[in-house]
Design a protein around this ligand. Structure first.
Ligand SMILES: *Cc1c(COP(=O)(O)O)cnc(C)c1O
Length: 337
């Protein structure tokens, strides 16, 4: 049974128009030349909170009753920032629960918006538990990061804009974690243009949606540190919306390594001068690594967020080693050839 209708996406467009930016879809001529394929970039990194998550959060929160005393959520960082931002604009209390794996830059960004921050445990699941406890104890409404029809409808508005700007897009590469983004984008894109190919891309360590699709049901993964920190965490064993939509609307899912993400972050910076999180470049990484051949062009991908830890970003650009949790990603200079 579908949990989403196209009219939900149209109403989301109206609901978020005043909060979220209608971001540009830009040409990436130098990266396209390097890849041998026309690539377009949807710059969600320009959103007020630096990530697309504002769309889903703003849509879900626009629907709350006027007497709502406050909201809570668990987050790998960007959803929390989006909820904090929307709560501030609505004059509402926000409590954001995160795990110790969330980079400091993201925690600081959320505190600056006036939200209360709880750091709990080593995984999204620990943070989620705290969030549910708070919701019950303090009468807060939970705004889930991906498994909610209003959140998914909000993220889906990106696909509508992209196909308005460039109806000729043949392939969409979508960073994939809990799958709210991929579910919404794939559903909207295939409704507008059934022949379009939509491919989800995750990092190969802790790829929860990939493993769940393979198993045919939501499964747990071990969460580890990654350059694509925004893609960490499980999909929820009780997943009701993003899992079935990804299963029914995504053409496939491919995985990339940390080394491939590292090289793609360098390529996006040196070829297009864009600062972006590791999570944004997984599609570019898959193309550079030769994991996506025979794609129909133009190909478009979403630069989902800019809230990268700047020490990490500086190290990647300089070709230095990056220490992430227990692993070191060996530095290498960018190949300008
Ligand atoms: C949340 C997020 C994603 C993944 O979105 P899901 O809906 O969880 O799949 C990708 N990139 C960035 C920057 C994010 O914050």
């Amino acid at each position: 049974m579908p949990t989403l209708a196209f009219s939900d996406i149209e109403s989301a467009q109206r609901a978020i128009a005043e909060v979220a930016l209608r971001t540009p879809l830009i040409a990436a001529p130098d990266l396209s030349r390097k890849l041998g394929c026309e690539l377009l970039l949807k710059l969600e990194s320009l959103q007020p909170v630096g990530a697309f998550k504002l769309r889903g959060a703003a849509n879900a929160m626009a629907k709350l009753p006027a007497n709502t005393s406050g909201v809570t959520c668990c987050s790998t960082g960007n959803h929390g920032r989006a909820v904090a931002y929307s709560a501030k604009s609505l004059g509402m209390r926000a409590v954001i629960c995160m795990s110790e794996l969330v980079p400091k830059a993201k925690v600081d960004g959320i505190r600056k918006l006036g939200a209360e921050v709880y750091i709990r445990g080593r995984s999204q699941d620990d943070a989620q538990e705290e969030c549910l406890r708070l919701a019950a104890a303090e009468g807060l409404v939970e705004i889930p990061p991906f498994d909610h029809p209003d959140v998914i409808a909000g993220q889906a508005t990106m696909a509508v804009e992209m196909l308005e700007d460039r109806p000729d897009i043949e392939t969409l590469l979508v960073p994939l974690s809990g799958g709210g983004l991929a579910a919404g984008v794939a559903f909207a894109a295939k409704t507008i243009k059934p022949g379009i190919e939509v491919i989800g891309v995750s990092m190969d360590r802790g790829a929860a949606m990939h493993d769940s699709l393979k198993a045919g049901r939501p499964v747990a993964v071990t969460e580890v540190a990654s350059l694509a920190d925004s893609l960490g965490g499980g999909i929820g064993l009780e997943n009701r919306h993003s899992f079935p939509l990804c299963r029914d609307y995504l053409d496939k899912v491919v995985l990339v390594t940390e080394d491939e993400i590292y090289s793609a972050m360098q390529a996006l910076y040196f070829e297009e001068r864009l600062v972006a999180e590791g999570a944004c470049v997984v599609g570019i990484a898959a193309m550079m690594a030769g994991k996506l051949t025979r794609l129909n062009a133009p190909v478009a991908t979403i630069i989902t967020g800019r809230n990268v830890d700047m020490d990490t970003f500086a190290a990647v650009v300089a070709g230095r080693d990056v220490l992430l949790g227990d692993v070191t990603i060996n530095g290498k200079a960018y190949d300008h050839g």
